[in-house]
Write a protein that binds this ligand. Structure first.
Ligand code: PEP
Ligand code: MG
Length: 577
């Protein structure tokens, strides 16, 4: 009888999901290392024999379920896995470890895995490295059978639901592929809700829990889980009551979507009649449809790096042009802000463009620092963006800007590309706007000098917070320190917004802070009038805006900037009622 327990983590992408656990790092399964007594040996050999048999059965069932092209592709893997399971060297080695070494089956599997891994590690050949992964998967499957603690009823539910991926970390590039493979949600032992993987999970509407430290130790493949990406709770072996709660959640979600729906076509306006610009952040085509449905004024941030992350070869100019043009067309004449490639830091690509081996990647050759060093790659992207500009209003946004020289260099490159395109008969818009992400503290502080080189600015609070507070946005151990409402961040935000207003240049905030409806009054108080966020938050923020009296909030700004804590900020805001 499996018994319910709960693992705590931090919610990173809202929503609940019910699914079967799929462990990404099965090698980390904790095994019982106590030696066997002589009298236990034969029973343990039998336990392993049955687990191997069960693993074979599972592979057979899996193979029977596959059809078409998938059957060919995945079928090869399954055959390879079957061969490993039948390999006498592996199985005899396992039985010998139990009989002669008095190891339990789990420990024997782990030892065989480590031995084979070391042998494969020594061979510098990609084919053998992938064979090593096969061995990991096969041994993980047998371990899972050994550790399985599910009731038949639970297995029946599990067979009908998709999978929840559980790992130490899940790279943004992996996240992008997941929904295509029936993954319903994500759990990581580390990570943070500010990571690009979490941003992408929100974009894909995949509930995600991060910082669930015990997850890999306590979970077994195929365990039935109910995860809550809001509260960060992971219920293992959920009871009928939990499942009822899940159904209730689904009903409530449908209801609150209904309620918010009335804000779909409402103006983005404060109670005292000030228009606030609401734009969408987008990574995926589905985001664009949602952006339009929720009445976004345009796209405030299109993260192009995700086009580069999912593959081994760089997308060429043509492919990029098609993608950007489709974004522009999907937005039906509303302005689109395409951000140039922001690879580096936690977004290392498979093409080898980002220097993954840098000692300090978040402070390294990232964003515009990288693209300016790769002018051919940069030019292909800029040309694609310029060509897409013929189809609708276009803004070009440059990430990780630190100095005016970088902006001048980018502008010069754009001008070269534009000249070239025109001279070869390509149609491009007469007008485009060039802006910078303000996310490096130096750029924020020196903004009065930088801004004359720019047509608009976009504040990247995700990075600005990490760089200003020297707190890695991906490190959950710094969760408390990483606070976008820290007085230093708020002070700098107020300065950036004021500098933009003085120069008469549009300012939007496109970090995750913009999507937090609790922070909407605070940001309005600081003078912000442009927000860009994932479309799933647009209606909530529009609702929050409608409840705000901007003039009264603006008067609170000096007091808000003096507040030292979140509670202090709340108190000041509460005073407007
Ligand atoms: C930011 O840094 O706030 C931002 C919007 O960009 P990204 O999260 O892609 O770094
Ligand atoms: Mg950033």
């Amino acid at each position: 009888m499996s018994s319910r327990f709960v693992i705590a983590g931090t919610g990173a992408a809202r929503g609940m999901a019910l699914g079967r656990a799929r462990l990404v790092q099965p090698s980390q399964i904790r095994v019982d290392e106590r030696p066997l007594a002589e009298s236990e040996i034969e029973a343990e050999v039998e336990r392993l024999r049955l687990a191997l048999q069960q693993a074979r059965e599972e592979l057979k069932t899996l193979r029977e379920k596959l059809h078409g092209a998938l059957a060919r592709e995945v079928g090869e893997f399954i055959d390879a896995h079957n061969l490993i399971l039948d390999d006498p060297e592996l199985t005899e080695g396992l039985y010998a470890l139990i009989r002669k070494g008095h190891y339990r089956a789990g420990t024997a599997l782990k030892m065989q895995r480590d031995r084979l891994a070391a042998a494969f590690e020594a061979i510098d050949d990609p084919y053998f490295r992938s064979r090593r992964e096969d061995i990991d998967h096969v041994i993980g499957r047998v371990q899972a059978v050994l550790n399985r603690d599910t009731t038949p009823a639970e297995r029946q539910i599990a067979s009908r639901v998709g999978t929840l991926l559980v790992g130490d970390t899940i790279a943004p590039a992996e996240v992008a592929h997941l929904t295509e493979h029936g993954v319903l949600g994500l759990v990581t032992t580390g990570g943070s809700s500010l990571s690009h993987s979490a941003i992408l999970a929100r974009s894909l509407r995949l509930p995600m829990v991060v910082g669930a430290r015990e997850a890999l130790e306590r979970l077994t493949d195929e365990d039935l889980l109910l995860i809550d990406g809001g509260s960060g709770e992971i219920v293992v072996h959920p009871t009928a009551q939990d499942l009822a709660r899940y159904r209730q959640f689904q009903r409530e979600q449908a209801r609150s979507l209904d309620q918010l729906a009335r804000f779909k076509h409402a103006p983005s306006q404060t109670s005292d009649g000030v228009h606030i610009h609401l734009y969408a952040n987008a990574e995926m085509p589905a985001d664009l449809a949602q952006a339009r449905a929720c009445g976004a004024e345009g796209v405030g941030l299109y993260r192009t790096e995700f086009l580069f992350l999912q593959r081994r070869e760089l997308p060429d100019e043509e492919e990029q042009f098609t993608t950007y043009r489709n974004v522009v067309l999907a937005m039906g004449g509303a302005p689109v802000t395409i951000r140039t490639l922001d690879l580096g830091a936690d977004k290392a690509d498979a093409t080898g463009l980002a220097l993954a081996a840098e000692p300090n990647p978040a402070l390294g050759v990232r964003g515009v620092r990288l693209t300016l060093r790769r002018p051919a790659v940069f030019a292909a992207q800029l040309r694609a963006i310029l060509r897409a500009s013929a189809f609708g209003p276009m803004r070009i946004l440059v990430p990780m800007v630190t100095s005016a020289q970088e902006i001048r260099d980018v502008r010069a490159l754009i001008q070269d590309c534009a000249r070239d395109l025109r001279s070869t008969g390509h149609e491009i818009a007469d007008h485009y706007e060039l802006g910078a992400m303000i996310e490096v503290p130096a750029a924020a502080i020196a903004l009065p000098a930088l801004i004359r080189h720019l047509d608009f600015i976009a504040i990247g609070t995700n990075d600005l917070t990490q760089y200003l507070l020297a707190a890695d946005r991906n490190n959950d151990a710094l969760g408390e320190l990483y606070d976008p409402l820290h007085p230093a961040v708020l002070k700098l935000l107020a300065q950036i917004i004021a500098t933009g207003a003085r120069a008469n240049k549009p300012v939007t905030l496109c970090g995750e802070l913009a999507a937090d409806a609790h922070c909407t009054p605070l940001l309005l108080a600081l003078g912000l009038s442009g927000f860009s966020m994932h479309p799933s938050s647009l209606l909530e923020v529009r609702q929050a805006i409608a409840a705000c009296d901007r003039a009264r909030l603006r008067r609170l700004a000096p007091r808000l900037l003096r507040a030292q804590t979140r509670a202090g900020i709340e108190r000041v805001l509460a005073s407007v009622g």
